[in-house]
Ligand binder design. Structure first.
Ligand code: DGL
Length: 267
C-alpha cells in the first residue's frame, strides 16, 4: 500500500502524474516539484545529480515503493550514476520514449528536442543507436520552452514564433524526420504549438504513456501493484519553493485544483 514517488524540477512531471492517474488510478502518488532549483536544463551534470539524489532521498523518507524520475534532464545525466546506490526500483523517461519512437519511424530519421543539458548529453542518440545504429538522429535544444510552460504561455503568438525558430532546422525536407521525441516532460504542454509549426505529418512522442506502461509492468513483476483495493488512490504534492504559482498552473494542467501543495525545506 505504499505510494509511487515521482519528481521533476517543476510542472513538467505532472504530465507523467496525469498518465498515472489515468492508467493506474488505484495507486497512491507523491509528487515532488523541485521548483527552488528550476530549471535543471541549463545546469551542469554534477549539480543535477546532487538535486536528483536529494529528491530521491526526500521520496524515500516518504516511504515510497517505486520512483519515477519524471525529468529527462535528470534521467539523461544522473540516472545511471545514482541507480546503483538504491535497492528500490527507479525508472527514468528516456528509454520508454526511445522504444516508442523507433517503433513509429518509417523514414529512419528521428528528431529529439530537449533542454540544453539533455541534448548535450546525447542520451537519446546513444539509446537509439544502441537499439538501431542505422537510425539518423537530429537534435535541437529548446531552452526557452521550459520558462514559457512554467509561465503558462502555451498559446501565445510569441511562443509560436519561438517554436518556429527552434524547429525550422529540424524540418529541413532533406532530413526526412517523421517522428519527433518531446525529450522534456514540460514539452507535451506545448504539443498544439509544436503541431501547428510542424504540420500533421510528423508524429510526436510524449513518453508519459510509455513510462507508466513500463512502471505498471515492473510493479506487477515485483508484486508491488495495488490491485485489490476498490478506492481510487490518494495524491500528495510537494514543492521546494512557493506553492502558489505551482498550484495555479497545476490546476490548468491536471484539470482540477490541488487542495494542498506543501512546501518542503529540507530537500
Ligand atoms: N522537465 C524537465 C525535463 O524533462 C526539466 C526542465 C528544466 O528544469 O529545465 O528535462
Amino acid at each position: 500500500m505504499r505510494s509511487i514517488g515521482i519528481f521533476d524540477s517543476g510542472l513538467g512531471g505532472l504530465t507523467v502524474v496525469r498518465e498515472f492517474m489515468r492508467q493506474l488510478p488505484k495507486e497512491d502518488l507523491i509528487y515532488l516539484g523541485d521548483t527552488a532549483h528550476l530549471p535543471y536544463g541549463t545546469k551542469s551534470a554534477s549539480t543535477i545529480t546532487r538535486f536528483t539524489l536529494n529528491n530521491i532521498l526526500f521520496l524515500l523518507r516518504q516511504k515510497v515503493k517505486f520512483i519515477v524520475v519524471a525529468c529527462n534532464t535528470a534521467s539523461s545525466l544522473s540516472l545511471d550514476t545514482i541507480r546503483g546506490y538504491f535497492q528500490i526500483p527507479i525508472i527514468g523517461v528516456i528509454q520508454p520514449g526511445v522504444k516508442e519512437a523507433i517503433s513509429l519511424t518509417k523514414t529512419g530519421c528521428i528528431g529529439v528536442i530537449g533542454t540544453p543539458a539533455t541534448i548535450k548529453s546525447k542520451a537519446y542518440e546513444c539509446q537509439i543507436k544502441k537499439i538501431d545504429p542505422s537510425i539518423r538522429v537530429i537534435s535541437k535544444a529548446c531552452p526557452l520552452f521550459v520558462p514559457l510552460v512554467e509561465e503558462g504561455w502555451v498559446n501565445h503568438p510569441e511562443t509560436i514564433t519561438i517554436a518556429k525558430t527552434y524547429l525550422r532546422s529540424l524540418v529541413d525536407s532533406n532530413r526526412r524526420m517523421d517522428v519527433l521525441i518531446l525529450g522534456c516532460t514540460h514539452y507535451p504542454l506545448l504539443k498544439s504549438v509544436i503541431k501547428k509549426v510542424l504540420g500533421g505529418a510528423i508524429r510526436l512522442v510524449d513518453s508519459a504513456q510509455q513510462v507508466v506502461r513500463e512502471a505498471n509492468s515492473i510493479l506487477q513483476n515485483e508484486g508491488l501493484i495495488n490491485n485489490n483495493r476498490k478506492a481510487k488512490g490518494s495524491y500528495r504534492f510537494y514543492v521546494t519553493d512557493d506553492p502558489a504559482e505551482f498550484t495555479r498552473q497545476a490546476a490548468r494542467l491536471l484539470g482540477f485544483r490541488l487542495s494542498h501543495v506543501r512546501k518542503v525545506n529540507n530537500v
